[in-house]
Design a protein around this ligand. Structure first.
Ligand code: FDA
Length: 308
């Protein structure tokens, strides 16, 4: 992991910096590159605009590590309203949630119940509920929860991280159960015994697993999510799909709002399926620092915002 990435990821845990950033106008200006606005209405409006470009979306309210059961229940109530709004406006939009938003670390039963309620509400609207993957202290409990819930909630889909040494093994079990998967490289600072340190190893793991997801989808499995902005990687995955005779939209390319807009349109023009993840909400600090860590050059946007 590069020094800058590790510094930025460590800074994401700094409460003083969070207080500073949250109250500065420049950080709000810089933030607009990655989210259309803090309220859900901005995210829904952006979803409608993406739909006009033939691009589907997935919404997530920022916030993690909730410690209060009432706050966790409030998150569920919020998402139930968002689901209703998505349905009412007939948007091609899913939800993506973090287990620690539902109290994973304080009460596993509470978390399970909230996820089950949301999955039921999504299923009633023929919608998918994506579960994000957080850092490794939550990995095993998230996998257990997912395997436990999925038989009764087949519309649940799970994110996996190629930087984890165990990722391919976890994917084996998930594919065995017929689960829909979103593959990412991974956004947290993890110890070397659990995660690959070299980018080349993370990328090699990503490509191997992505090919498996293409093969699984081509053999009748669900439409897995290939979530990356790495255009070289996408080209190799597209080439693999072509070589096995799979349809262009056999998997779904997923990207974050504000990144690679031209590539999204190019993929759509070529007949691929594209979904953009739109974040909203006031608890953006940790998430925003992870975006900076992914591409430290993004710090220039922050610097420019200070002076604009
Ligand atoms: P990589 O980091 O190699 O970047 C490839 C290129 O893409 C860069 O060179 C740059 O040009 C561009 N790029 C990447 N990130 C950028 C940024 N922030 N700003 C500008 N350009 C950028 N992680 C996780 O741990 N758990 C999760 O649940 C999720 N969920 C998730 C959903 C979706 C839809 C996406 C797209 C991503 C996630 N992630 C995630 C984040 C993921 O783990 C990873 O950190 C980012 O996608 C960046 O990795 P890339 O695959 O883009 O490759």
């Amino acid at each position: 992991m590069s020094l800058m990435r590790s510094v930025l990821l460590r800074a994401s845990q700094n409460a003083w910096l969070e207080r500073q950033m949250r109250h500065r106008a420049f950080s709000r200006r810089a933030l607009r590159r990655f989210m259309p606005g803090e309220d859900v209405e901005a995210a829904l409006t952006a979803s409608a605009a993406f739909a006009e470009r033939g691009i589907t979306t997935v919404l997530t309210q920022l916030g993690e590590d909730l410690r209060d059961p009432d706050e966790a229940r409030a998150v569920t109530a919020h998402y139930l309203e968002v689901l209703a709004a998505i349905h009412e406006r007939q948007l091609p939009t899913h939800l993506s949630v973090k287990p620690t938003q539902f109290g994973l670390d304080i009460d596993r039963v509470l978390c399970r119940d909230q996820l089950a309620r949301l999955a039921d509400a999504a299923a009633a609207r023929n919608n998918t509920l994506w579960v994000d993957m957080e850092a490794t202290p939550q990995l095993v409990s998230t996998l257990e929860l997912f395997h436990d819930l999925r038989p009764d909630h087949p519309n649940l889909a799970l994110c996996v991280q190629s930087y984890l040494r165990r990722c391919a093994t976890d994917v084996d079990a998930l594919l065995e159960s017929g689960a829909q998967i979103r593959l990412v490289k991974g956004a947290y600072a993890e110890p070397a015994d659990l995660a690959f340190e070299r980018k080349a190893d993370v990328d090699a793991s990503y490509l191997t697993i992505a090919k498996r997801l293409v093969d699984d989808a081509a053999a009748g499995g669900p439409k897995h999510g290939i979530a990356t902005h790495d255009l070289g990687m996408i080209a190799q995955i597209e080439a693999h799909a072509t070589s096995v005779g799979a349809a262009t939209d056999v998997v779904e390319y997923q990207m974050l709002y504000g990144i690679r807009r031209e590539a999204q349109d190019r993929l759509r023009r070529d007949g691929a399926a594209v979904r953009v993840l739109i974040s909203y909400g006031g608890a953006w600090f940790k998430w925003y620092m992870r975006r900076l860590a992914e591409r430290p050059a993004n710090l220039w946007f922050v610097a420019r915002s200070v002076f604009s």
